[in-house]
Design a protein around this ligand. Structure first.
Ligand SMILES: Cc1cc2nc3c(=O)[nH]c(=O)nc-3n(C[C@H](O)[C@H](O)[C@H](O)COP(=O)(O)OP(=O)(O)OC[C@H]3O[C@@H](n4cnc5c(N)ncnc54)[C@H](O)[C@@H]3O)c2cc1C
Length: 808
């Protein structure tokens, strides 16, 4: 075994082997994979080997499509058979709501290049003969489904990697990992040490244990999972003989089942409701090639549905039940990327669909390690989407929930109950008493809307029970004044003698002068966005930044990686040490004036001013800015004062009819201003010109800000895409996000977000289209629930296009 390597990959499951292969293919060949046993000794060996392209997140779906396309290449390169059977499949819907969900998937598939087609239940039964079509209302056909040999694929990755110069050391257990003072990693194994620049934790079932070696508690948990294999079935033999083809895959969402042919019989697996965690706190090192005891009672309810939906199973014996563990992150997507605070330590774990996702994970991680960027939008898989609030108990609750809902519909207005009331702010009970309906963002409870007594969300793809009430909240803001809680923003404090120069380099904007704020994009070296913030210069020595709450860890990882080594800059993520309130609407100034002695006249405290001032008795930081696009103020206050500030504002607002508004109303308000938001409109695959944020980029400033050259090139060459707002002729359902945008009968773009703008009484969608058609006056359609609706570009905001209200 070598004593030094550029990269040590820990774990010889499908994911570790894919990472190794991709590193080698990308040119890093001084790389070694360490496996404590034989390859495939974790979850990999007993997987059912199913693979599919669809995923709720379009970017993950793209990587799944890549994974499936890769198998031919690694088979040829390695000479190792992967056993791929590209049978195609049907996704079955037993309810109209499920069919609506599938229609949304088809719409996404159009711009992702995934060939999906809505078919009738009868047509599905013609493709997959075991189906009772009377049990279903429709289906979607997917030509890119199939299965493979899990061991063959893993060995093919490993052999291909070896051919490219990588090394694999089996029976080599990593026992500890120590960071040396020179920044290199000492990887301690039962066969000696390896010193490495980078370490990748692809430990699968033992990812937690490997994480703990460096003081990291990863939010992953293994669940038991069962599938059965039947005796040979005459129906299968008949079909094979008659058509010369295998029986295609089927996913029966309402039965929570997946099926495929296995030799002369069928394989049926289920994500059962009464699920079971495996090895809750730690994974035994002596676990390897054994299976778990099957528990047919647990899966009986799903099997009953399966026997009804696929009647041939009723007459067939079960040959074998496989029960094995595999790991999940709280939301079921992988955990990939560099770990904040541990330079050179990377994770590729929590991969619950290794044969659909392993290739994409390997590609993204190798790009990231070698190029400094994953090369794709992998936010949905980024390990930084979790913070330290994702504790072991939280993970346990969410993983169980996610497993039991693996095939369940999640409606756009549906909030899931597990892991809730974890982080709350001091006004939580007060707002609950006012009818607040809560959602969750980065572990924090956030008010979505305020329901009158006896009203609650009815889950639906269409406008629902909240519609009129959100309209009332919107009207409160536009007609008078509204009050909302905004603690879910990420907040950062930057100080130190080097702060000005550093911020000037990190952020693309012109730095604001003392007492002023600005909006600012933050760019990567490739000139694309990595953040968008409000930057406030409080007093030339202290800077305050507000940004997307869900990206706190993501942004801190970036900021910290760029901090000067000489301690001249201090940066802190303030988190909930600072909570937030906002007031907005034409009467907002009159409300604020009643509770502060500060001069907040337009002359003294104009748009984008910032100052410390007391609100009632509470010391606050107040910025004159509002995401509603109205006259408004964002108020930052220590949690011990939040209630006092809230009470003062609520009382002062009484005479103006102040109304509470939640994030759904905020969405309706920002849409009629064409304002985008991080993780929807603004993502790391778009340039500032494409995203319409170029007006905040100080291209001409002296500072050599990160991404400047590339941003100048984008401006010169024009980029490829444009973000546009559309008014959609929608009737009872608005866009959610990820729908296809058509132009002249061809799919040309995708929706990033949208909804109903109550004040303008228009259905609005935001999304990207190629720049060539971005100013076309007509020809656009947006697909909602399988129907195309005429849409028009709304270049000027529907509300206050001349910014008179905001600046009044
Ligand atoms: C019953 C069942 C059915 C499934 N069906 C499918 C399916 O149809 N399709 C699909 O895509 N997925 C399926 N899966 C999931 C799939 O198996 C996993 O997604 C995949 O195996 C994860 O691979 P991995 O490499 O991340 O982890 P693992 O396979 O667990 O590999 C981790 C490896 O790391 C090694 N290791 C850990 N710690 C150390 C250490 N300290 N030193 C050295 N080596 C170490 C382990 O020995 C192990 O070999 C199924 C899983 C189960 C249990």
């Amino acid at each position: 075994m070598k004593s030094h390597a550029k990269v040590v990959v820990i774990g010889g499951g499908v994911v570790g082997c894919s990472v190794l292969f991709h590193l080698a293919r990308h040119g890093w060949t001084d790389v070694v994979l360490l496996e404590r046993d034989e390859l495939t000794s974790g979850s990999t060996w007993h997987a059912a080997g199913g693979m599919h392209t669809i995923n709720g997140d379009p970017n993950v779906a793209k990587l799944q499509k890549y994974t499936i396309s890769l198998y031919k290449e690694i088979e040829e390169l390695s000479g190792q058979a992967t056993g791929v059977h590209l049978t195609g499949g049907v996704l079955l819907a037993a309810t109209e709501a499920r069919l609506d969900w599938l229609r949304g998937m088809v719409s996404k598939g159009r711009y992702l290049g995934i060939d999906l087609e809505v078919i009738s239940a009868k047509e599905a039964a013609e493709l997959m003969p075991l189906i009772d079509p009377g049990q279903f209302v429709g289906a979607v056909r997917n030509k890119e489904d199939g299965h493979l040999d899990p061991s063959g694929v893993t060995h093919a990755y490993a052999k291909a990697a070896r051919k490219l110069g990588a090394e694999v050391e089996r029976f080599t257990k990593v026992e500890d990992i120590v960071r040396r003072p020179d920044g290199l990693w000492r990887v301690i194994t039962n066969k000696g040490d390896i010193i490495a620049e980078h370490v990748v934790n692809a430990g699968g079932l033992w990812a937690r244990e490997v994480g703990r070696m460096v003081g990291l508690e990863l939010p992953v948990l293994a669940m038991e999972h069962m599938y059965l294999i039947t005796e040979d079935m005459p129906e299968v033999a008949d079909w094979n003989a008659k058509t010369g083809t295998e029986i295609i895959h089927a996913v029966d969402f309402d039965g929570e089942l997946y099926l495929r042919q296995e030799r002369g019989g069928m394989l049926m697996g289920t994500y059962e409701k009464a699920n079971k965690v495996w090895s809750e706190f730690s994974t035994p090192w002596d676990f390897g090639h054994e299976l778990l005891e099957p528990d047919i009672d647990r899966i009986a309810p799903s099997l009953e549905v399966g026997f009804r939906h696929f009647p041939a199973f009723q007459k067939t014996g079960i040959k074998q039940i496989i029960n094995g563990p595999f790991t999940f992150a709280p939301d079921g997507n992988p955990l990939v990327g560099p770990v904040r605070g541990l330079p050179g330590f990377w994770v590729a774990c929590g991969v619950m669909a290794g044969f659909s996702q392993g290739g994409g994970v390997g590609l993204a991680l190798s790009n990231w390690m070698i190029e400094g960027d994953p090369g794709a939008d992998i936010w949905a898989m980024d390990v930084a989407r979790y913070g330290d609030w994702a504790t072991m108990a939280y993970t346990n609750a969410k993983v169980r929930e996610n497993y039991s809902r693996r095939f369940s519909i999640r409606f756009p207005n549906e909030e899931l109950p597990a892991g809730r009331q974890l982080k709350t702010t001091p006004v939580y009970d007060t707002l609950s008493a006012k009818g607040a309906q809560w959602g969750v963002s980065y572990g924090l409870e956030v008010p979505l809307w305020y329901a009158p007594e006896g009203v609650k969300d009815e889950f639906s793809w269409r406008r629902s029970t909240d519609f009129d009430h959100v309209g009332t909240e919107v009207a409160a803001v536009r007609d008078g004044v509204g009050l909302s809680e905004i603690s879910n923003f990420a907040k950062y404090k930057v100080t130190g003698e080097g702060a000005v120069a550093w911020l000037d380099r990190m952020l693309a904007c012109k730095l604001p002068r003392r007492g002023r704020m600005t909006l600012t994009p933050m760019l990567k070296e490739d000139g694309r966005l990595i953040g968008d913030f409000t930057l406030a210069n409080i007093d030339d020595s202290e800077w305050f930044i507000a940004g997307s709450g869900i990206a706190e860890q993501y942004h801190m990882r970036w900021f910290e990686a760029h901090l000067p080594k000489d301690s001249s800059v201090q940066m802190e993520a303030v988190g909930q040490k600072l909570t937030g309130l906002a007031i907005a609407g034409p009467k907002a100034r009159e409300v604020l004036a009643k509770v502060t002695r500060a001069d907040i006249s337009n002359a003294a405290f104009p748009f984008m001013a910032v100052a410390r001032m007391d609100i009632g008795m509470a010391p606050c930081l107040v910025g004159r800015v509002s995401y509603t696009g109205d006259l408004g103020y964002e108020i930052w206050v220590a949690p011990e004062y939040q209630r006092a500030a809230y009470q003062a504002l609520a009382k002062a607002g009484e005479e103006f009819g102040i109304g509470l508004f939640g994030s759904r109303a905020l969405n309706a308000l920002r849409l009629e201003k064409n304002y985008g938001s991080w993780a929807r409109e603004y993502r790391p695959i778009y340039g500032p010109l494409e995203a319409g944020l170029d007006r905040f980029v100080a291209y001409g400033k002296d500072a050599d800000f990160v991404g400047k050259e590339a941003a100048l090139a984008e401006r010169r060459e024009g980029g490829k895409l444009r973000l546009r707002a559309f008014v959609v002729d929608a009737t009872d359902a608005d866009v959610i996000g990820d729908e296809a945008i058509w132009h002249d009968g061809v799919v040309r773009g995708w929706v990033t977000s949208g909804g109903y703008a109550h004040n303008s009484k228009k259905s609005v969608a935001m999304g990207y289209v190629p720049k060539e058609i971005a100013d076309k006056p007509d020809g656009f359609e947006i697909e909602i629930l399988g129907k195309r609706h005429a849409a028009r570009i709304q270049a000027a905001p529907l509300f206050d296009a001349n910014f008179e209200r905001m600046r009044a």
